[in-house]
Design a protein around this ligand. Structure first.
Ligand code: MG
Length: 386
C-alpha cells in the first residue's frame, strides 16, 4: 500500500465489519447480511463503503464462510471466525488486526450498508483528538412509556441519541479495553467507556440505517440506488456486400451468395457490440482503438476488437450487464445460427450466454438492407460497476 494520506485518515487504519450475527428478525432463508439488496449482498455494499480505507477484517459465523467469500469476491477482505456474542466477535477481529498494529480501528455493523463517506471521515477526523468517536443522531421524536397499549408517561428526550456505526477508536486502547472486558456490552462504545476512554459524538446520518426488520431492505435499496453505477452504450454498423460465398456474423461463418466488404473480417454484428461497449465507457469506437489506416488490422478477426473492449470495461471496474444485438437484413436467415452466435460471443466475452441477445429483422425490402446491398447491425450494452 502507498502512504497516501487523505484528511483525517491514513492507510494505517484497521476496519472490523461485524457480520457473525444470524439476523433472524429480518426474515428470509439466509442471515440478512448475505441477502441481496440493490442487486448484491448487503455485506458487499458495506465492504465497498470501506474499500481502500485500510485493512478490512470481516468477522463471520463459521457456517457462513461460503456466502461470505461470495460477498467479498474480488475485494481485499480477511474473513475471521466470530465468537459467542458481538463483543467476542469484535475481540476476535481486534486480535487479528493486532498483528498489523494499526493506529485506529473502525468497527461497523455489516447491516448498515448505506454508510456514507462523510460519516466515516467524520469519525476518523474525530479520532485525531479523541480516543473514541462514533456517529449518532439526537432523538427528535417525543418519547413515551407505554403499558398494555396505553401511554403511561412521557420521557424527557434531552441529551438522548440514537447510536450508529462505525464506532472508531485508538487501536491499542480499545484492544486493551476488550481484553479487560467481561462481556455483555451493548456496543464497543460501552466497552470503551468502561475502560475510561472518552468517546466523541459526530453527526450521524438518517440514511445510515441498520437493516433489522423485513421492510428495511426496501428502505436500504432506496438509499443505495444512487450509488449504483450503470452505464449504457449503443453501437451501429453497416457493411456492404461484395462477391463471395459466406458472411461472418458474431464470429460464425454463414453461407451466403455474397460476403461482407471491409478492412477486417467485416463482422458487422461484432462491430456493433464492440462499439456499444466502447460507447458505454465513453471510449470512442473501434476506429479509435484499431485505426483502419493501420495495415496490421487488414482481414483481422474481429474477436480481437471485442476482447479489447471487454477487457477495458473490466479494467475500469465494470461487469457487462447484458448485450442486445439486432441484425438487419433480408438474407441470410439469422435465426438458424443465432444459438451458435450467442455461444461464440459468450466465449469471447467470457459472459453467461443468457446475458447476450442476438436477433434479426428485415427492413421490409425498404432501403439498402431491403435491396440486399448490405447488412446493418444495432447493439446496446449495459455495464455495471462491480
Ligand atoms: Mg464495421
Amino acid at each position: 500500500m502507498t502512504g497516501t494520506e487523505i484528511v483525517g485518515q491514513t492507510m494505517n487504519t484497521g476496519i472490523i465489519i461485524v457480520a457473525a450475527g444470524r439476523g433472524t428478525r429480518a426474515g428470509g432463508e439466509l442471515p440478512k447480511q448475505w441477502q441481496c439488496v440493490g442487486g448484491q449482498p448487503v455485506a458487499r455494499w458495506t465492504l465497498q463503503a470501506f474499500a481502500g480505507r485500510g485493512l478490512i477484517v470481516m468477522v463471520i459465523h463459521p457456517d457462513d464462510r461460503a456466502v461470505a467469500e461470495a460477498a467479498a469476491q474480488g475485494l481485499d477482505v480477511r474473513l475471521v471466525p466470530g465468537g459467542a456474542d458481538r463483543a467476542a466477535s469484535v475481540a476476535a477481529g481486534l486480535e487479528v488486526l493486532a498483528k498489523n498494529t494499526p493506529d485506529k480501528v473502525l468497527i461497523h455493523d455489516v447491516a448498515r450498508p448505506c454508510v456514507s463517506a462523510t460519516v466515516i471521515e467524520a469519525v476518523l477526523a474525530a479520532l485525531d483528538t479523541h480516543a473514541g468517536a462514533a456517529p449518532a443522531l439526537a432523538v427528535t421524536d417525543a418519547l413515551w412509556t407505554g403499558d398494555a397499549g396505553l401511554v403511561s408517561g412521557t420521557q424527557d428526550r434531552t441529551g438522548l441519541y440514537r447510536a450508529q456505526t462505525p464506532q472508531g477508536f485508538d487501536f491499542e486502547q480499545i484492544l486493551a479495553a476488550h481484553r479487560a472486558h467481561s462481556g455483555g456490552a451493548a456496543d464497543d462504545v460501552a466497552v470503551a467507556r468502561a475502560a475510561g476512554m472518552t468517546v466523541a459524538i459526530v453527526p450521524g446520518d438518517e440514511a445510515n440505517l441498520k437493516i433489522t426488520a423485513p421492510g428495511d431492505f426496501s428502505r436500504a435499496a432506496n438509499q443505495l440506488r444512487g450509488k449504483m453505477d450503470v452505464r449504457l452504450g449503443n453501437g451501429f454498423d453497416v457493411h456492404a456486400f461484395e462477391d463471395g460465398d459466406h458472411v461472418v456474423l458474431c464470429g460464425v461463418a454463414v453461407p451466403h451468395t455474397h460476403k461482407l466488404k471491409g478492412h477486417s473480417d467485416a463482422d458487422v454484428g461484432m462491430h456493433a457490440v464492440t462499439d456499444a461497449i466502447y460507447g458505454a465507457l465513453a471510449e470512442g469506437d473501434i476506429g479509435r482503438h484499431f485505426p483502419p489506416s493501420d495495415p496490421q488490422w487488414k482481414g483481422a478477426d474481429s474477436a480481437i476488437f471485442l476482447r479489447h473492449a471487454v477487457s477495458l470495461a473490466r479494467a475500469r471496474g465494470y461487469a457487462i450487464g447484458n448485450i442486445d444485438l439486432t441484425l438487419i437484413c433480408e438474407r441470410p436467415k439469422i435465426d438458424p445460427h443465432a444459438d451458435e452466435m450467442t455461444e461464440k460471443m459468450a466465449s469471447i466475452m467470457e459472459l453467461d450466454g443468457n446475458r447476450i441477445s442476438i436477433k434479426a429483422t428485415t427492413s421490409e425490402r425498404l432501403g439498402f438492407t431491403g435491396r440486399e446491398e448490405g447488412i446493418a447491425a444495432l447493439a446496446t450494452a449495459t455495464l455495471v460497476a462491480s
